[in-house]
Design a protein around this ligand. Structure first.
Ligand code: ZN
Length: 317
């Protein structure tokens, strides 16, 4: 049994995206309900959200973008940068609160108060670029956490592992010239998969060459392909990099019931991914790991996938 921190705040529900939008407040409602019913919540260490200091966000995002984001919400506009990125009056504040909570989760792991942590946040982050919103994402949560670890905690090498079914274009772009952050993504490609980036020949730029790794998976390939890619591509890359802290972009939209994708990962496939990543963290960086919710839109299966993932983090499975 490990001490696992859990970040959640009911204010994350205040980011309203309108009717029929897949990235909806119910995503968190069903997760929390399942955790309370199963008694899992009581076994975790609660982490409270608070607003992030602007300086940590500005380590990743341009000031002008932040002003534009704030004003667009305050003026009551329906979306930011693209129709898919629905916003409401509270979206800006909720996004800042989510980031602040994630930084507290990082603090809790670094201070040894918990062994690892899961952050049940909205909005998600990995598509957000430094200067624009994309794919339901406004602030790149995982990227800000990585910069915070480096600047506030003097951690030199961070590994980011992104198993959302979509490529984390924002995270890749933010770190592609940086040899201190290794970004690995396994995602669906090609087919209809959003956003269309994340090819296997993208390996980083300049000094960052060799510190980006993409494993694009063809539709329909399923568990076996994930097993193969993670063991043959992720494990050697991360073992060579020797990260001192692992951040997970935890997306649950690769599941076969999730209509956002076609890679056909099963519930057991997700169990395998969780186990492998937690073992990797234990091996490489003393288990120091923070897992941050990205996608996952099928409300019948999402609570099971998230609770299973958290049980692995907590050593309950
Ligand atoms: Zn996704």
């Amino acid at each position: 049994m490990r001490r696992t921190g859990f970040l959640y705040d009911p204010r994350f529900l205040l980011h309203e995206t309108g009717e029929d939008h897949p990235e909806c407040p119910d995503r968190l409602r069903v997760i929390i309900a399942a955790m309370e019913q199963s008694g899992l919540m009581e076994q975790l260490v609660p982490i409270k959200a608070e607003k992030a200091k602007q300086r940590w966000i500005e380590a990743v995002h341009h000031i002008r973008y932040m002003l534009r984001f704030e004003e667009t919400c305050a003026f009551g506009m329906p979306s930011l940068d693209h129709d898919e990125n629905r916003i409401c009056y509270d979206t800006y504040d909720v996004a800042i609160l989510a980031v602040g909570g994630i930084l507290k989760a990082v603090d809790a792991v670094m201070a040894g108060e918990v062994d690892n942590a899961f952050c049940a946040v909205r909005p998600p982050g990995h598509h957000a670029e430094s200067d624009r919103a994309m794919g339901f994402c406004y602030l790149n949560n995982v990227a800000i956490a990585a910069r915070y670890l480096q600047e506030n905690w003097k951690i030199q090498r961070i590994g980011i592992i992104d198993f959302d079914v979509h490529h984390g274009n924002g995270t890749q772009h933010i770190f592609e010239q940086d040899p201190t952050v290794f970004y690995y993504s396994i995602h669906e490609h090609p087919s209809f998969a959003y956003p269309g980036t994340g090819r296997d020949f993208d390996i980083g730029i300049g000094e960052g060459e060799g510190f980006t790794k993409n494993s694009p998976v063809l539709p329909g390939r399923g568990d076996e392909e994930y097993r193969k890619r993670l063991t043959e591509e992720l494990l050697p890359a991360m073992s060579a990099f020797q990260p001192q802290f692992l951040l997970l972009s935890a997306g649950f939209d690769a599941h076969r019931q999730d209509l956002m994708s076609g890679v056909n990962l099963s519930t057991e496939g997700y169990d395998y991914v969780s186990r492998l990543l937690i073992d990797l963290g234990a091996q490489l960086c003393g288990g120091r790991l923070v897992s941050i919710l990205e996608g996952g839109y099928q409300l019948d299966i999402l609570p099971l996938l998230v609770t299973n993932h958290i049980k692995y983090l907590a050593g309950l499975r």
